[in-house]
Write a protein that binds this ligand. Sequence first.
Ligand code: 4NP
Length: 158
Amino acid sequence: MVKRILMVCLGNICRSPIAEAVMIDTIHQAGASAEWQVDSAAIGDWHRGKQPDHRALSTMKKHNLPYNNKARQITKQDFNDFDYIFGMDEENMSDLKSLAPAGSKGNLLLLGNFGLEKSERIIVDPYYQKGDAGFEKAYQQCVKACAAFFEQAVAGKI
Ligand code: 4NP
């Protein structure tokens, strides 16, 4: 059975596209692409159909991560279609919890709870920050968190 991962942030143009690209790369490096599907979505609808923020795109390009997906808003169906639904910060988590239909199968998880120090667990929204340092930081957090999650998932721990 293919396992499905959905990366979620507020706008789906900064953090969750990076998390999606990093998760795809992590799975690809492990030779497990046939067993996993990864997508991303937004809490809000403001950027539907758009490419990621140019700073997210340049950060992914710098790290040789291809990206062609476009922003979309999370749907009720997603909560049953995806096995693992990751938020980037506490606001995403509380939004996900209130949007999730009762009894839906998706496991709602804070991405930073995997492989990151307590002080680093929140992947901060870099959208309103000047420059691209916040995007690089989010990328670095995603690399550690995706690797740690994937290791636990293939070991059957989650
Ligand atoms: P993201 O960043 O949630 O990491 O994609 C944001 C992008 C856009 C907005 C907020 C956060 N916005 O308010 O438009």
